[in-house]
Design a protein around this ligand. Structure first.
Ligand code: NDP
Length: 480
């Protein structure tokens, strides 16, 4: 037994993770259900480092130094359980099983419970960055026991992305915490992508600009506060020309967005926790709307627009002002989406006793992952100022940043409404902003209605207690 770490499941992700370990000097045991993938890895990348290939799971496990560290990188769901079942009889107390696939966090909680009962460490780990990240340095979000992180952590930190020399990997929290944080990362990714898409649509419709022109605007934005991987690839994609037709590539892509389910999980969890993650929810529903073909056909045929004329002057200054308004609205909406996502992490952390350090999560998302961005530094700094910040938006940096763009944000959302451009994420983010800053909300009326039809009771602003009004009788108030 000489391998320091093993990877089972050698499709694109597992193969690249194994290569990343080997490139960092670790001896890597490799295994895949069908042996061909193991062979091709060793044939094609064997020169990159020290691999120990095995055809059987038993040989694979036997090739690992104790305590064994086995990374499972298979299709999330039943395949993960099948691999765990195969591994279990071969492992010994103290061994560490890492699930680096995109597991749903309740599955991770269940698996951790089962494995810890057998004296094994189970580390549900979020990995972000896709195929390229896995090879060159992903963002890694490991859960499980602190004890397991002591021996596993340094290896994962070594292969993770680095920003200013700091690894994009840190201990997240017990059992499902790592996969939970990865799920919220993906939810935020949905919101970020939707906001960018809405900004693109506004520029396209408001300015009548071509995809390439808008790509230029995004390229400029990428040198400011919005600098991020997603803005960078947006600039690139918008300037790409379809080789076959000579059209802008984005104009020949079918406008129906698909999803693999992590956005949906995030929204479902937001509903369970009662955390208003409106940006993520609108982004997930916007994808669903785009794919609602019969509804879109019926809507397109029947629904009038009654839009107004755009009020953007044809001169360069007016156009530049509109571009700047959209940029400010995008930044403000983005801050809201992240603020909501971090609220969700705080709520789940409290509910599950995970004790997640939100500033550290922002720090490990700065590199390697899809939402990597300069702006994440600001989030880390905000939680450094106050680790228990109840609302990220209320941190002084973000209050100022959003405040500076507030008038622009309102103009953009109003223009979108008047001109019929669907901006669910921009609009709902502004509604959230106004909701969370309001001194008094019409929720009072909802409580009154609930008491009227269902005797659900209400509390008063002027004294303690719970009350019910006898609506159908003499309307006297009783203490409930
Ligand atoms: P896939 O999700 O396509 O899964 C294929 C791998 O799973 C193959 O190695 C396959 O083995 C194995 N497998 C499937 N069923 C079983 C089973 N019943 N028993 C044993 N092995 C099985 O691979 P990816 O590399 O795309 O992704 C791996 C994991 O990483 C997934 O959980 C994915 O969600 C996650 N992930 C993926 C990212 C990406 O960008 N692709 C990013 C981050 C995470 P065989 O070759 O024998 O069929």
């Amino acid at each position: 037994a000489r391998a320091q770490i093993g990877v089972t499941g050698l499709a694109v992700m597992g193969r690249n993770l194994a290569r990343n370990f080997a490139r960092h000097g670790y001896t890597v045991a490799v295994h895949n259900r069908s042996y061909a993938k193991t062979q091709s890895l060793v044939e094609e990348a064997g020169h990159e480092g020290d691999f120990v290939p095995s055809e059987s799971m038993a040989d694979f496990v036997a090739s690992l130094e104790r305590p064994r560290k086995v990374v499972i990188m298979v299709k999330a769901g039943a395949a993960t359980d099948a691999v765990i079942d195969e591994l279990l009889p071969l492992l010994e107390e103290g061994d560490i099983v890492v699930d680096a696939g995109n597991a749903h966090f309740p599955d991770t909680i269940r698996r951790e419970e089962a494995l810890s009962a057998r004296g094994l460490h189970f580390v549900g780990t979020g990995v972000s960055g896709g195929e390229e990240g896995a090879l060159l340095g992903p963002s890694i979000m490991p859960g499980g026991t602190r004890e397991s992180y002591e021996s596993l952590g340094p290896i994962l930190e070594a292969i993770s992305a680095k920003v200013d020399g700091t690894p994009c990997c840190t201990y997240v929290g017990p059992n499902g915490a790592g996969h939970f944080v990865k799920m919220v990362h993906n939810g935020i990714e949905y919101a970020d992508m939707q906001l960018i898409a809405e900004a693109y649509d506004l520029l396209k419709q408001g300015l009548g600009a071509s995809a390439a022109e808008i790509g230029q605007i995004f390229a400029e934005w990428n040198s400011g506060d919005l600098e991020s991987f997603l803005i960078e690839i947006t600039a690139d994609v918008l300037q790409h020309v379809d080789a076959e037709t000579g059209s802008a590539f984005v104009d020949i892509v079918l406008d129906q967005a698909e999803q693999k389910g992590t956005g949906r999980w995030t929204v479902q969890n937001g509903l369970d926790l009662g955390v208003p993650i409106t940006g993520i929810a609108e982004a997930t529903f916007a994808r669903a709307l785009s794919g609602s073909v019969p509804q879109r056909e019926a809507g397109h045929a029947a629904l009038p627009a009654h839009t107004q004329e755009w009020e953007i002057g044809a001169d360069d200054d007016s156009r530049a002002r509109f571009v700047e308004d959209v940029r400010l609205a995008l930044y403000a909406s983005k801050v809201v989406a992240y603020s909501q996502g971090f609220d969700q992490i705080a709520a789940a952390s409290a509910e599950n006793g995970w004790d997640i350090d939100r500033g550290a999560m922002a720090r490990i998302w700065r590199g390697g992952c899809i939402i990597r961005a300069r702006f994440l530094n600001r989030i880390t700094e905000a939680y450094e100022r106050d680790a228990n910040l109840p609302l990220l938006l209320a941190d002084e940096y973000f209050t100022n940043a959003v405040g500076n763009g507030l008038a622009a944000w309102r103009r953009v959302v109003a223009a979108a409404a008047q001109n019929g451009v669907p901006t669910p994420a921009f609009s709902s983010s502004l509604a959230y902003y106004d909701g969370v800053r309001a001194e008094r909300l019409p929720a009072a009326l909802i409580q009154a209605q609930r008491d009227f039809f269902g005797a659900h009771t209400y509390r008063r602003t002027d004294r303690e207690g719970t009350f019910h009004t006898q609506w159908s009788a003499d309307r006297t108030e009783q203490e409930a």
